[in-house]
Design a protein around this ligand. Structure first.
Ligand code: NDP
Length: 314
């Protein structure tokens, strides 16, 4: 079996940036795209906060450009899924699409995270037409308009206060009679006059027409009574799920499943395995921070391989 030097798992900004750097270092990396080639940005229309694009850029287009840039320097891109890993020894072993085996000296994990959704049909229907899971990415499109945010943790509090600066009114939909968010973040929400909290409230359905979202049907969780609010945007802030299922039992993770790395580096607890982007970042979760850590991952892998080679020579 041929042994690879660097295998990158994931094709978001972190994965492609790692690929660009690893390829330019002559490591001819292999990149497995995963089930959603291009990652979370392929679900965004316009990316306006990535430096270098004064007019903004379409999310899927940006990912195609990153892919081309990675290929230009010799990255081999495969549309496959890494379905299992064995990091118990060296070389590291990967199973592709449940059948093919691959051996490699290093792995850069860039599998990202996925926003949690409520699981109601109208979310998908209005995806990119008023439904978003990222206020920082999409909030600007709703300036001067009314929006709703669902959730009650720090993300929901942060997104609601962020949106309140841009929008006329923010409806915060909280399913219980209290919020999970830290006291200081809750206080910020309570002190913002254009945020209205709907306590003990669940989302029954998002309503709209061909132009997009026009409202939300709410249901009181105590009485079952239904009501409707008019909004043009609906933001989910009920948490993210890091895509780390295949690494359980092999790599150190925090209690939410995010991969742990040595602070200031991308090194996991297994030699030769590096984690970059949202899979190891529960706080920032931006394309630009993911790209930056992708670069770090490639440099860490390159350094690791160089040190290993030196060991062999001596
Ligand atoms: P959390 O898991 O902390 O909170 C999720 C929230 O969503 C909970 O309030 C939960 O309600 C609610 N929720 C979950 N499912 C549903 C549903 N189906 N319908 C309605 N509501 C639902 O996720 P966050 O993303 O807020 O935070 C994740 C981590 O990141 C936390 O540790 C947080 O502290 C941290 N963070 C820190 C920030 C900062 O410091 N600036 C900013 C953002 C996040 P319930 O309470 O009823 O379970």
């Amino acid at each position: 079996m041929e042994r690879e030097k660097v295998v990158i798992i994931g094709s978001g900004p972190a994965g492609y940036t790692a690929a660009i750097y690893a390829a330019r270092a002559g490591l001819t990396p292999v990149l497995y795209t995963g089930g959603q080639p291009g990652g979370q940005l392929t679900t965004t229309n316009d990316v306006e906060n990535f430096p270098g694009y004064p007019e903004g850029i379409n999310g899927p287009q940006m990912m195609l450009d990153l892919q081309k840039q990675a290929e230009r320097f010799g990255t081999r891109i495969h549309y496959g899924l890494v379905t299992a890993v064995d990091f118990s020894g060296s070389p590291l072993k990967l199973t592709i699409d449940e059948k093919d085996l691959l051996e490699t000296e290093t792995v850069i994990i860039a599998t990202g995270a996925s926003a949690k959704y409520l699981g109601i049909p109208s979310e998908e229907k209005f995806s990119n037409k008023g439904v978003s899971a990222c206020a920082v990415c999409d909030g600007y499109f709703y300036r001067g308009k009314d929006v709703a945010v669902v959730g009650a943790g720090d993300s929901a509090a942060e997104e609601a206060t962020y949106l309140a600066k841009l929008c006329s009114k923010v409806h915060l939909i909280v399913r219980r009679d209290e919020m999970r968010a830290s006291k200081i973040m809750q206080q910020r929400v309570l002190n913002t006059p254009n945020i209205q909290i709907h306590w003990n409230t669940a989302t029954d359905e998002i309503t709209g027409d061909e132009s997009g979202v026009t409202g939300v049907r709410l249901v009181d969780t105590r009485t079952g009574e239904k009501s409707e609010i008019k909004v043009q945007g609906f933001f989910l802030a009920i948490g993210h799920q890091p895509n780390t299922g295949i690494f359980k039992g092999q790599l150190a993770m925090d209690e939410s499943g995010y991969l742990k790395v040595e602070p200031g580096t991308t090194k996991t607890n297994v030699e030769g395995v590096f984690a970059v982007g949202d899979v190891a970042d529960r706080i920032y979760r931006q394309a630009i921070t993911a790209a930056g850590s992708g670069c770090m991952g490639a440099l860490d892998a390159e350094k690791y391989l160089a040190a290993k080679e030196t060991e062999v020579v001596h």
